[in-house]
Design a binder for this molecule. Structure first.
Ligand code: NAI
Length: 299
């Protein structure tokens, strides 16, 4: 039988780890030997207010279980405070090996009613927050040629969900960042993946109910994140869907499409079925693979 996945000596930062999914990630990594920075501002689902209680509570759970952890209440959403989160790991544990960008808020609204303030607030935490904390972690990881980063996306962005334009745009932005960092991290043994979770937390309790609630324990998502965070995992640039005990892969596919050397607007209209036909689609790993497809049509 193969051995258990351990994180002894590894240093992990989990943002938004004072509750919900982040708490489960922190508990699992700590139980398997990692030193964990439990970051959380302790605000509301909408991102208002702050409290040191949630991060401190999770640290207490870890310490009570014999693990190693420190609380941090800096916000991911500004460069200075994001740097302070990474600095906390460096000061307390000497390095950073694993970063889980999990912090998040919701400010749902139809686009018609969406305020500029609610666009900024959501982009600031999910997208800019992922940028900022990753930026400071990256410098350490690149210098030592080791790192594992797990970002948090959502099917609200991957598929699109009514009333979540700010959130959906941020969450798909996170996928773009993940793909580019995966390409840049390859030479430095830094793997970067994204998780698209499904779990019953305070963020989803108003929309998840009945039987679905029963099977969506956030603890079911943690094993997927733990594997992506492990040194043995060589996957990078993927978006992994996890929830309710099932784990799967999202991908971006490209149809073979329709080709005409002298393509007209009428050609596009008349061959729309072929344009969108998924038969024979490819999953490009890099932009040049799409260019190869275009070029092969030409003599
Ligand atoms: P949650 O509300 O329990 O956890 C989010 C945590 O982030 C909170 O503890 C909050 O205080 C913290 N946070 C918010 N702003 C912060 C900031 N600026 N700096 C540091 N911490 C901050 O919700 P949940 O469900 O555990 O969400 C975790 C992540 O998973 C989020 O990114 C969310 O968008 C994402 N997600 C969750 C899904 C679900 O089904 N629960 C589905 C898809 C994505």
């Amino acid at each position: 039988m193969s051995s258990d996945l351990r994180f002894d000596g590894r240093v992990a930062v989990v943002t938004g780890a004072g509750g919900g999914l982040g708490r489960q990630y922190a508990l699992m990594l700590a139980a398997r030997g990692a030193h964990v920075v439990v970051n959380d501002i302790g605000g509301s689902v909408g991102g208002d207010g702050s409290h040191e209680g949630p991060a401190a509570g999770v640290v207490r759970e870890i310490l009570d279980g014999g693990g190693s952890a420190i609380a941090n209440t800096d916000s991911v959403s500004s460069p200075d405070s994001a740097e302070a989160i990474v600095q906390c790991a460096l000061d307390k544990f000497g390095t950073i090996d694993i970063l889980i960008n999990n912090a998040g808020i919701l400010r749902d609204s139809t686009f018609y009613k969406l305020s500029p303030e609610n666009i900024d607030a959501v982009l600031d935490v999910h997208l800019r927050g992922t940028f900022f904390v990753s930026l400071y972690a990256w410098r350490v990881m690149r210098d030592k040629s080791y790192g594992r980063i797990i970002n948090t996306s959502s099917n609200s962005g991957l598929i699109g969900n009514f009333g979540q334009s700010n959130y959906g745009a941020a969450k798909l932005g996170v996928v773009g960042l993940t793909r580019v960092l995966a390409a840049e991290g390859q030479r430095f043994n830094i793997n970067v993946n994204a998780i698209a979770p499904a779990a019953l937390t305070r963020m989803t309790e108003s929309v998840i109910e009945g039987d679905t609630a029963r099977i969506l324990d956030p603890a079911y998502v943690a094993p997927a994140v733990a594997w992506l965070a492990h040194e043995d995992c060589q996957t990078s640039g993927e978006v992994i869907s996890a929830g309710g005990g099932r784990i799967a892969r999202y991908f971006i596919g490209l149809t073979p499409g329709y080709f005409a050397g002298n393509l007209s607007a009428e050609d596009v209209r008349d061959h729309w079925d072929k344009v969108v036909d998924e038969t024979g689609y490819i999953v490009p790993a890099r932009p040049s693979e799409e260019m190869d497809l275009i070029m092969k049509n030409w003599p």
